[in-house]
Every structure is written in structure tokens, then in C-alpha cells.
Ligand binder design. Structure first.
Ligand SMILES: NC(=O)c1ccc[n+]([C@@H]2O[C@H](COP(=O)([O-])OP(=O)(O)OC[C@H]3O[C@@H](n4cnc5c(N)ncnc54)[C@H](O)[C@@H]3O)[C@@H](O)[C@H]2O)c1
Length: 383
């Protein structure tokens, strides 16, 4: 299949491009380096340099003998995205191309505006481009489990049947996001659902939890093919950050009571979920929603696991308790369904001691690159 990977330079986008290419798909990766530029502007550079997207594609070709086409430009600009669709005529589109950080979206007015306009702008353009230039294509869109928030009832996979005064109707599951970034994902879902209803688009919206990890089948041991690994407060995901903190001897940044519970998954499982979604597409006029995670942990669980891993590897890991800069529940009920991707064939990689120790050992190789000032700055969810 011809698969367009939007946001193909990102933490998930580059591994996805290689993974799909390795399985025989024709892949085009598109990016505008927003992530790299924001990291530079906010002094949130990643743990180690990664080659640019053209260089990555060349390295992949040398390594695997397969081509990944690369186009650079802003997908929120209509002429650019239209030219990409016209040239490539995708059969499947993986849409990662958004500003993905909750704290960045809460930093100040201009960061909030960028997040809102960029995320909605790209999603809107993808919808328009599909309708005009790739009507039969299947969109695999990255949402987030954060769309649901932390309701006091079980979280279903995307939809909830409501019985009301003797009648019943299926609705999108109620959403209550905890940051502007997460709210843009809610708005994306609403926009997609509207165009699925009126234009019959085929869409899979993946409510993904925080991802951890670095190595995949395609890049194992080849540092130049690793994805960008952020450990700063703005762009790093929690387990990746805790591992770097452990290696740096920085007390793990647990916010408040640490009972915040979320669904997590290994980068390897993100790749499986995307591939499985592409291989069994949504039907025309279907908004299919999967909850994309493998296991749930509280922040305290993760901190304890990292401390134990550190102890096994000779590190003295301390757990810090910080006043919570976010507005969120620190102890809550959390029971989300996640059977859809398992039914499609997902074979999860759980967070075993071995997996965690492997990640800590890998990060130890880069310990001299860690800049402790990047670890915590306390972006507050102020009024
Ligand atoms: N990483 C996670 O744990 C996680 C969890 C849940 C959901 N997600 C979602 O998955 C997607 C990918 O996440 P990620 O961690 O790889 O983020 P990332 O920032 O590393 O990747 C996103 C890529 O999209 C590009 N991009 C953004 N706006 C663009 C535009 N207008 N034009 C062209 N390219 C643009 C960025 O430059 C970046 O390379 C995001 O939508 C994110 O919200 C990620």
C-alpha cells in the first residue's frame, strides 16, 4: 500500500515509517521539523542528535535496501498538503503531525495558539485532501487517552450507549481533557466524526496512552536510526523522563500524590497497532476508535519500578515529591477498555524488569549528554 506518514520525523513517525517500509509498503514521510524547532526554541534538546529526515531515509536505504520518500513542508498550508496528496495518492494516511505536548500547550498564549491552530489546521487539511484527492484512503489518526480524562466510570472504546427516558442512542464517549493539547485532540475527533458522517470518510482514531522506549525491530543497535528521545518536562513522556532522571541522579519528578493512572505502551506496540489498523481498515463512513495501550500504571508505580531497576543496575534512585504544577486528579478511578487492538492481533510487549533494565542501560550510555536544567521547569496550569 502507499502509506503517507505525516509527522514522519517525530518520535513515533520515524519508527513507523521504517516499520511499514520493512513490511513492503511504499512510504512517504512528511514533516516540517516543528518538533525540532520547538525543542531548540525552548531549550529542550533531545538526549542525542538524530540525523535529519533526508539523512535518515538514506541510512534506511543503505541498511534495508528500501526507499522512504521524504517531503518537507507545513501540512497546515493547503498548497503543500495538496501537492503531497496529488503526487503520492495515498491509500492509507498515518496522521501524527501535531504539537504533542500538554505542558507546551499551557506555557503561554503564543504556545497555546500555535497548538490550537497547528493541530486543528493539519487535521482539517488532511480531511479536505482526502475528500478531494484520496477519497478511498483510510486515515489512521493519533488521538490520546487523555481525551477521556479520568471519569468515575469505566472508559469504553470511543463510544457509549446512553439509555435516556426509555430510548437509547450511541454517542462518542464523553470527553474531558486536562490540557489545551488534549482538548485539540477532542476537537480533532469531533471534526473527523462530522466529516465521517457527511462525506463517508474511513477513519481509525487511536486513543493512545504515553509511549516509552527507543529500540524497535528495525533500528535495534543502530543508533543513527533511533527516534528522537526527549527527557525534558515539555516533550518527554513520563517513563522516558524517569529513566533519564534515574541515570542523572535527579530525584524522580513525581507530581503531588502520584496516584495519576494512565495506560502505557512500548514503542514496539505503537508500531504493531498502526500496522494492524492499516491492514484491517475502517469501512467507508466508519469512525472506528481503539484505546491504544497495554498496561495501566500510576506515576507512583512507575517511580517504584524505575527505583528498583536502578538498584539492580547499581544506581541510587531517589523519588522526589513536587507540588503538582498541573490541574489534575492525583487519585482517581481508572478502568479503560482496550480489547479492539488485541482482537486485531496485537501481541503486547509488557514492561518487564528486563525491558526496563535494558532502557536504563541504554540511557546510561548517554549519561554525559544529560543537561539537568532541562529536566524540570514547572510549567503551571495557571488561570
Ligand atoms: N508519544 C506519545 O507518547 C504519544 C501519546 C499519545 C498520543 N501521541 C500522539 O502521537 C502523535 C505523534 O507523537 P510524537 O510523540 O511522535 O510527537 P512528535 O512531536 O515527536 O512528532 C510529531 C511530528 O509532527 C511534525 N509536525 C507537527 N506539525 C506539523 C505540520 N504542521 N506540518 C508538518 N509536520 C508537522 C513535527 O515536526 C514532529 O516531527 C502526536 O499526534 C501525539 O499527540 C503521542
Amino acid at each position: 500500500m502507499r502509506v503517507l506518514v505525516l509527522g514522519g520525523d517525530g518520535y513515533l513517525g520515524w519508527p513507523t515509517a521504517m516499520h511499514l517500509s520493512a513490511r513492503g509498503h511504499e512510504v512517504m514521510a512528511v514533516d516540517n521539523y516543528l518538533r525540532r524547532n520547538l525543542a531548540r526554541e525552548t531549550d529542550c534538546e533531545i538526549l542525542f542528535e538524530t540525523p535529519n529526515l533526508h539523512q535518515r531515509a538514506r541510512l534506511w536505504h543503505q541498511h534495508a535496501g528500501r526507499e522512504i520518500a521524504v517531503r518537507l513542508g507545513d501540512l497546515a498550508e493547503w498548497p503543500f498538503i495538496a501537492s503531497v496528496f496529488e503526487e503520492f495518492r495515498p491509500e492509507a494516511i498515518v496522521h501524527y503531525a501535531e504539537q504533542p505536548s500538554a505542558p507546551y500547550s499551557m506555557l503561554d498564549r503564543s504556545a497555546a495558539e500555535l497548538t490550537l491552530k497547528n493541530n486543528l489546521g493539519v487535521t482539517f487539511n488532511v480531511i479536505q485532501a482526502m475528500s478531494e484527492l484520496a477519497a478511498d484512503a483510510h486515515l489512521v489518526k493519533l488521538g490520546t487517552m487523555g481525551e477521556y480524562g479520568t471519569p468515575n466510570i469505566d472508559i469504553e472504546e470511543g463510544w457509549l450507549t446512553v439509555e435516556h427516558k426509555g430510548r437509547s442512542q450511541k454517542f462518542l464517549y464523553p470527553r474531558a481533557a486536562g490540557s489545551l493539547y488534549h482538548t485539540t485532540k477532542v476537537l480533532d475527533t469531533d471534526l473527523l466524526w462530522f466529516y465521517v458522517r457527511v462525506w463517508g470518510l474511513r477513519v481509525t482514531d487511536l486513543m493512545q496512552g504515553p509511549v516509552y522506549g527507543l529500540e524497535t525491530e528495525e533500528n535495534a543497535g543502530i543508533e543513527a536510526l533511533y527516534p528522537c528521545f526527549a527527557y525534558d518536562e515539555l516533550f518527554g513522556t513520563v517513563l522516558n523522563r524517569f529513566i533519564v532522571q534515574a541515570v542523572a541522579g535527579y530525584p524522580l519528578t513525581v507530581y503531588g500524590k502520584g496516584g495519576q493512572t494512565r495506560g502505557y505502551l512500548n514503542l514496539k506496540d505503537t508500531l504493531q497497532c498502526i500496522r494492524l489498523s492499516i491492514d484491517s481498515p475502517a469501512a467507508p463512513g466508519e469512525l472506528r476508535i481503539f484505546n491504544q495501550f497495554v498496561e495501566t500504571f500510576s506515576v507512583n508505580d512507575l517511580a517504584e519500578k524505575v527505583r528498583a531497576s536502578g538498584a539492580r543496575l547499581g544506581l541510587d534512585v531517589r523519588i522526589g515529591r513536587l507540588a503538582n504544577p498541573r490541574k489534575e486528579m492525583e487519585e482517581h478511578y481508572y478502568n479503560p477498555a482496550h480489547t479492539g487492538l488485541l482482537e486485531l492481533g496485537l501481541e503486547p510487549h509488557p514492561l518487564t524488569d528486563e525491558v526496563l533494565d535494558g532502557m536504563v542501560a541504554l540511557v546510561q550510555r548517554y549519561s554525559n549528554r544529560i543537561v539537568p536544567d532541562r529536566i524540570f521547569r514547572g510549567v503551571a496550569w495557571r488561570k
